[in-house]
Design a protein around this ligand. Structure first.
Ligand code: ADP
Length: 395
């Protein structure tokens, strides 16, 4: 019996999914939230059952220990040794990692050292990895990088027009994110369209709380909207996306913000849908406000759609035309309002949407049969990609 656990560790959370491999059956999944805060919550779902435990969990190491104990106590596994692989989503792989790798001490250190590029995420990823390496010394541990799929971008796309040495000496370039998701949905789109991926030009729109759009040519990412960090690109739940950098010192002076870290935090956590609407970062609440005709909700919704449309337009140019557009992630999969508003503004490009297909729970093609560019909704599954990569790299 071989089981693989896929781990997605955030700064204060740890999401996991346990698979029976190679069958790819999910036998349990859960999330530990509020790590490092009082009253951390661990939720475990298995079969039709659900358990929720509230207790203080001080760090990721303790979270992993609690998770493993839960798996035993709930009878999901009988012995730690049943888990022969762990796969870890790592946010920043820099220019070092172009693909998933088996983690040894050196790789673990490199991941921790890449914290400069993802200060909130890589330390959490590294802590999760270390905890699993300690608890499961005989398992294969694999790192799956959010940036790896974008390593095929050409320099013309990934370089910023700033002095050369910022790149050559400090690695300032576009790295992108959500790579695992963009890769998964582009491959799945090719399957659904019944065409070889190598022959397709696809624009993938991963629109969740974090959002990014990617231009995929023949299965390879050639441009993506997130940048040096996930702050760039389209407007998001709480992130601004692209803006004129001159705004930063201007606002700092006007608002008496002395610390640049605080300013960056405002752009990451208090901007986007949240900042414009003043209501929420959650698209469900924004949509309700938009439907009710509330001015700030309407503006937030329309700006959100506008930024997505513009990036899709850019990528039609980058790809010199496209065969398909894919929507995925929380908003892309669920919000038919956002999908419709985006597509309605892109009819000149040969996009359309069939209202009867553009529904809650849509999965597959939602454009008309004769549409020049197919529009698809594909639920992403980053955990499955992680589990598959572990299986592929297992000793
Ligand atoms: P992340 O993984 O980046 O935190 P998700 O991919 O889970 O985010 O997406 C979260 C977003 O999806 C939220 O804005 C939420 O409102 C939106 N969402 C989830 N379900 C729906 C729905 N039924 N209708 C509209 N938006 C939805």
């Amino acid at each position: 019996m071989s089981k693989t656990i896929a781990i997605n560790a955030g700064s204060s959370s740890l999401k996991w999914q346990l698979y029976q491999m190679p069958e790819e059956t999910v036998i349990g999944k859960g999330i530990i939230e509020r790590i490092g805060l009082p009253d951390s919550i661990s939720t475990v779902k298995f079969g039709s059952k659900k358990q929720e435990t509230i207790k203080d969990i001080k760090d990721h190491t303790e979270a992993v220990q609690i998770l493993m104990n839960d798996l035993i106590d709930l009878g999901i596994i009988a012995d730690y040794a049943e888990i022969t692989g762990s796969g870890h989503r790592v946010v920043a792989g820099g220019e070092i990692f172009n693909d998933s790798v088996v983690i040894n001490d050196e790789v673990a250190k490199q991941i921790a050292d890449l914290a400069e590029y993802a200060p909130l995420h890589n330390p959490a990823n590294a802590a999760g990895i270390r905890a699993f390496m300690t608890l499961l010394p005989n398992a294969t541990h694999v790192a799956v990088f959010d940036t790896a799929f974008h390593s095929t971008m050409p320099a013309v796309a990934y370089r910023y027009p700033v002095p050369d040495k910022y790149y050559t000496e400090h690695g300032v370039r576009k790295y992108g994110a959500h790579g695992t998701s963009h890769m998964y949905v582009s491959q799945k789109a090719a399957e659904m369209l019944g065409k070889p991926l190598e022959e397709l030009k696809i624009i993938t729109a991963h629109i969740g709380n974090g959002a990014s759009i990617t231009a995929v040519d023949g299965g390879k990412s050639i441009d993506t909207s997130m940048g040096f960090t996930p702050l760039a690109g389209v407007m998001m739940g709480t992130r601004s996306g692209d803006l004129d950098p001159s705004i930063i010192p201007f606002i700092m002076e006007k608002e008496g913000i002395a610390d640049i870290t605080e300013m960056i935090s405002i752009l990451n956590k208090a901007s986007g849908l949240q900042g414009i609407s003043g209501i929420s970062s959650d698209m469900r609440e924004i949509t309700a406000s938009w439907e009710a005709g509330e001015a700030r909700g309407v503006l937030a919704f329309e700006m959100f759609v506008d930024r997505i449309k513009k990036y899709i337009g850019q990528y039609f140019a980058v790809l010199n035309g496209a065969d398909a557009l894919v929507f995925t992630a929380g908003i892309g999969e669920n919000s038919f309002f956002v999908r419709k508003a985006v597509i309605d503004g892109l009819s000149w490009f040969g996009l359309d949407i069939v209202d009867d297909l553009n529904v809650v729970g849509a999965d597959g093609i939602i454009s008309s049969e004769n549409a020049k560019v197919k529009v698809l909704v594909i639920p992403t599954d980053e955990e499955l990609v992680i589990a598959r990569d572990v299986e592929k790299l297992k000793k």
